[in-house]
Design a protein around this ligand. Structure first.
Ligand code: AMP
Ligand code: ZN
Length: 472
């Protein structure tokens, strides 16, 4: 196994490190999932897409990946939103969980091994809070809530690189999210108050509900053990969420919690973080209902290195669609190849792209470099195809390589060689021909988009109009 070829930038050390899993051949990975108080936006989906590529790359390299993604179905935001709408919490969050699974399916995200819900794991959270109380890391505030005493954990701040030496003793927060400057004792268990309505559990640590941070510590350790390999999330999760997860988990177990912390950067819109509270977000459905291909959205968001910000624009999305079409078209041409053998010329290109693609991905998932290698190859191989230099066997072989890369990218899918168009699509192709003859380019373009939404790609070539069907 070439496991040791992978390097990751570890937020904990701020360095690139060779990836070595605890157990040979197996990777245990936890990724913070959505807070299901609303539909996820494509900023959230960027995080999940990065995690998908990470997981797929580990699998490409032969690892078995145990992946746990939680669903935050009880926290400040879910309670507030469900109470505002007057809907019972479980019923309220269910609709967004359902929509989330539809999104991940549309984007070709591999299913996690488990998607634990916070509300299904309350006993584990209570046990952890109890342990922290017993060990003296936690205390009960006058409001009845239980807080973590950050001055008791000497490593507090090691992930976010903050010093907490001169904090006011006893300063504490009982909201789930806050800024680095407000580092202070944080809430583990929130005593019930009237704003929580019917959302509470009667437990050994009192009547109330868990804080957001303890949810992820309890669920990750339950499913993956006290120490596991990789923990991911967007950069906003670094502090306080992940810092607090480390504090709670390491204080409770006395062991290192996670070996590699990977954080992805923002998806921006016009230079600002895409976020619900800024009202500058798109959901996946917002975009697909405008006719955009979810796989183009996938491509756009994974084509930039995960530690770089992406500025979302419709021009960018359209460019991603074109690039994707080029790739699919290439794969289609490979299946149609029937020229004379290119031999060594092609062999060298294949070796080059394989090496370039793999070593870039091994280097902290440097996907933009990996894709640059891939598209250089597509250009060179297309040149060979243009001059009829790729034989049927060679075409098949290169097609196999593209599918192998696609195990990590998941944007090509299966392209079938011969197919029939539906009646409706045939009619549209015919109408488009008429529009073209009448030089009504606008109508022709519109029909092309309509066909694309149906999975039919039309191309105007020197030999006339060609169409093909995409299979995903
Ligand atoms: P939440 O539902 O707010 O708990 O977020 C789920 C995941 O989406 C977390 O890992 C966040 O860090 C991530 N996230 C939220 N907004 C963005 C954004 N604009 N760009 C990238 N990731 C984001
Ligand atoms: Zn989390």
């Amino acid at each position: 196994m070439q496991s040791s070829s992978i390097q990751f930038y570890n937020t904990l050390t701020r360095e690139k490190e060779r990836f070595v899993p605890i157990e040979s051949g197996r990777v245990k990975m936890y990724t913070c999932g959505p807070t299901v108080y609303d539909y996820v936006h494509i900023g959230n989906l960027r995080s999940f897409l990065f995690e998908d590529v990470l997981k797929r790359w580990l699998e490409y390299r032969g690892f078995q990946v145990v992946h746990v993604m939680n669903l935050t179905d009880v926290d400040d935001r879910t309670i507030k939103a469900s109470r505002t709408q007057g809907i019972q919490l479980k019923k309220y969050t269910e609709q967004f969980i359902k929509a989330f699974f539809e999104d991940i399916e549309a984007l070709n995200l591999e299913r996690a091994t488990d998607y634990p819900k916070a509300t299904d794991n309350i006993p584990e959270m209570v046990a952890l809070v109890k342990k922290l109380l017993e060990k003296g890391y936690a205390y009960r505030g006058e409001d009845g809530s239980v807080y973590f005493n950050i001055s008791k954990f000497k490593d507090y701040g090691k992930l976010a690189k903050i010093q907490v030496g001169d904090l006011k003793p006893g300063a504490r927060v009982n909201v789930d999210d806050y800024a680095k400057e407000e580092a202070s004792d944080f809430v583990l268990w929130k005593a019930w108050d009237k704003d929580d309505g019917d959302v509470y559990w009667e437990t050994e640590v009192g009547k109330g509900r868990p804080g957001w941070h303890i949810e992820c510590s309890a669920m990750s350790m339950k499913y993956l053990g006290e120490t596991f390999d990789i923990h991911c999330g967007g950069v906003d999760n670094l502090f306080p969420h992940h810092e607090n997860e480390i504090a709670q988990s390491e204080s409770a177990t006395g062991k290192k919690f996670v070996n590699y912390w990977l954080h992805n950067e923002w998806l921006l819109v016009e230079g600002k973080k895409m976020a619900k509270r800024l009202h500058n977000y798109y959901t996946l459905k917002d975009l697909t209902s405008k006719g955009y291909d979810p796989i183009a959205i996938r491509y756009l968001m994974m084509s930039v290195h995960y530690r770089q910000q992406i500025n979302f624009t419709f021009e960018g999305l359209e460019a991603a669609q074109k690039t994707l079409d080029r790739l699919r078209n290439f794969v289609h041409r490979l299946l149609e190849a029937s020229g004379k053998p290119a031999g060594d010329k092609l062999k060298q290109l294949v070796e080059g792209v394989q090496k370039g693609f793999e070593s870039a991905m091994d280097d902290d998932l440097n996907i933009s470099v990996a894709l640059a290698h891939l598209f250089d190859f597509v250009r060179d191989a297309n040149n060979l195809l243009d001059t009829g230099e790729v034989s049927k066997e060679e075409g098949r072989e290169v097609y196999g390589l593209m599918l192998r890369f696609d195990e990590a990218l998941s944007v090509i899918g299966q392209v079938k060689k011969t197919e029939e168009l539906s009646k409706e699509a045939m009619e549209l192709v015919r109408k488009r021909e008429e529009a073209r003859k009448a030089k009504d380019w606008k109508a022709a373009d519109e029909i092309r988009d309509q066909l694309r939404a149906m999975g039919v790609i039309v191309e105007d070539t020197a030999q006339g109009v060609k169409w093909r069907i995409e299979k995903r």
